[in-house]
Design a protein around this ligand. Structure first.
Ligand code: BYC
Ligand code: FE
Ligand code: FE
Length: 476
């Protein structure tokens, strides 16, 4: 059974880990059957599988059925004996090979929170295969799904290997919570949000997976070395998810621009395109949901995580940051007091969630600039924007207040009067869903989205990315 699990964690000789996995694995496969992509288990998908951490082993492509995908356990190889803690109160001391008793609870919580998002995203994307705009997109969806499954494995490995009985219990519970379930939902709110059409799918991978990039990057700095190495390897897979999101939204924008040029007065609806204002509202919706994933801007949890070496900053040790203790600096945070926005000085450590959010915002702005280049090249003067991170918040210092997308504090009446301009309406989602007719023919694509510039692994767009076992159009 373990021969089939590619790994570089010495699984062969680790009896305890084998025993834990033996119990968990069947439950994982049941979960995948029940909550993984529906109705595509018999098809051959052109997937990349990580079979070793070496460069050539990592980028291994072949047509496989998803249930036969080899979920592996990999840590980025580096010599821990040479590593020291890169930030916080214990800066410069050796990193930890096991969990220090005093941080056990916090580390378990961080790992479980991270782990919970991985199966959640698979659940959220479960039905999207039925409406894929092309085989290329269908394949990308499934690639992301199996890799999010592997990310769950990666976190479960940590729980099994380092947290004893309570780790095993947490690993079981990860398979029992369900995205959007009333009684046992996923931990973070945005991972309970329905993702029912492909514009939402691209926004999800653009914005939510991008939160993952920064959270994983912060954990890759951790003094708990196994966590650092695991998340570091996850980041290599994450790059493709982000690519799918950014170019996916970009391809919708490009197609809209093409249709605008062909249209009467710029209205793309008669031509079956997605209008820019609907795209903007989707961006506003998913962006604001993703900013909540950073937690509170003013957070004592974040300060403790940093002080204790559990969670660092983005690229903490890549040369850009020089002060790894962060006790003498402050962060200027806008807060609402007495009905207006004022600026507060916050001790830097308390602002670590806000600092990570800033890195994230810059990355989103960069992507948005590229989308606007696409519009400009097509001769369109309208622009898309990333809203203020004060807009539409449910977590943090801006929740409980109303802001417009530009970040101005507004009253409830102004919000009510404008909500339908800023966030997707029922009419928007109904319209977008009406366009979601699958296109399962080799080399063809739905009308509302442009094809990608190139295919996967040097294949063309007209490659047979999915070989169906039977007629996919007649499936339930
Ligand atoms: N929803 O001090 P605070 C990914 C709670 S995505 C619900 O402000 P803190 C992926 C919090 O628990 C990356 N509750 O924030 C993407 C606390 O509760 P207690 C996921 C929330 O503690 C796509 C209270 O509010 N990675 O990988 O610094 C596809 C005050 O907390 C939320 C991680 O999350 C929320 N949004 O938490 C697949 C990394 N925010 O203590 C995968 C691990 C806060 O009062 N997690 N609360 O009971 C963490 O580092 C931290 O837990 C958080 C911030 C980032 C969530
Ligand atoms: Fe992931
Ligand atoms: Fe991802």
């Amino acid at each position: 059974m373990f021969d089939h699990i590619p790994n570089n964690v010495d699984l062969d000789s680790d009896r305890k880990l084998q025993k834990a996995l033996l119990k968990w694995l069947p439950n994982y496969l049941d979960w995948w059957k029940e909550m993984g992509p529906s109705d595509f288990a018999e098809d051959q998908i052109y997937l990349r599988t990580a079979i070793s951490v070496k460069r050539d082993g990592w980028a291994h492509f072949e047509h496989v059925k998803m249930p036969d995908y080899r979920w592996g356990i990999f840590l980025t190889p580096w010599d821990a004996s040479e590593r020291t803690i890169g930030f916080g109160d214990d800066l410069g001391k050796p990193v930890w090979e096991s969990v220090p008793g005093e941080y056990r609870k916090e580390l378990r919580r961080i790992i479980v929170t991270q782990a919970d998002t991985e199966p959640a995203s698979v659940e959220q994307q479960r039905l999207l295969g039925h409406t894929a705009p092309s085989l290329y997109d269908l394949r990308n969806l499934f690639q992301i799904n199996v890799e999010e499954g592997r990310h769950l494995w990666a976190m479960v490995y940590l729980l099994h290997r380092y947290f004893g009985r309570d780790g095993r219990e947490e690993a079981e519970e990860l398979l029992m919570r369900r995205s959007g379930h009333v009684d046992s939902p996923r931990i973070l709110e945005a991972f309970n949000k329905p993702t029912e059409d492909w514009l939402a799918m691209f926004c999800f991978t653009m914005f939510m997976d991008r939160d993952g990039k920064f959270q994983l990057g912060a954990l890759a700095e951790s003094a708990f070395d196994p966590l650092a190495r695991t998340t570091k390897f996850m980041l290599t897979e994450e790059a493709h998810h982000l690519f799918v999101g950014e170019t996916g939204v970009g391809r919708v924008i490009q197609r809209t621009a093409e249709l605008m040029a062909q249209s009467e007065g710029g209205d793309v609806v008669p031509l079956g395109g997605i209008p820019l204002d609907i795209i903007q509202r989707y961006i506003n919706d998913w962006y604001s949901a993703s900013t909540d994933l950073f937690g509170g801007e003013d957070s004592s949890n974040a300060a403790n995580y940093f002080a204790n070496g559990l969670k660092g900053r983005w690229l903490e040790n890549s040369g850009r940051i020089t002060d790894h203790v962060a006790l003498d600096s402050v962060y200027n945070l806008d807060v609402v007091a007495d009905g207006r926005v004022t600026n507060n000085e916050l001790p830097m450590r308390r602002a670590m969630n806000a600092v990570l959010l800033d890195n994230y915002v810059a990355d989103c702005e960069r992507a948005c600039k590229r989308w606007n280049q696409t519009l400009r090249k097509a001769g369109i003067s309208e622009e898309l924007y990333i809203p203020s991170s004060k807009f539409n918040r449910q977590q943090g210092v801006y929740s409980g207040h109303r802001f417009d997308p530009q970040g101005n504090l507004i009253d409830e009446a102004t919000w009510q009067a404008n909500e339908s301009n800023w966030l997707p309406t029922e009419a928007d989602t109904t319209y977008v869903k009406s366009l979601m007719k699958p296109c399962f023919e080799v080399g063809k694509i739905a009308n509302w989205i442009a094809p990608p510039r190139r295919g996967i692994n040097k294949q063309g767009f007209d490659f047979e990315y999915v070989r169906f076992a039977d007629d996919p159009y007649v499936r339930a």
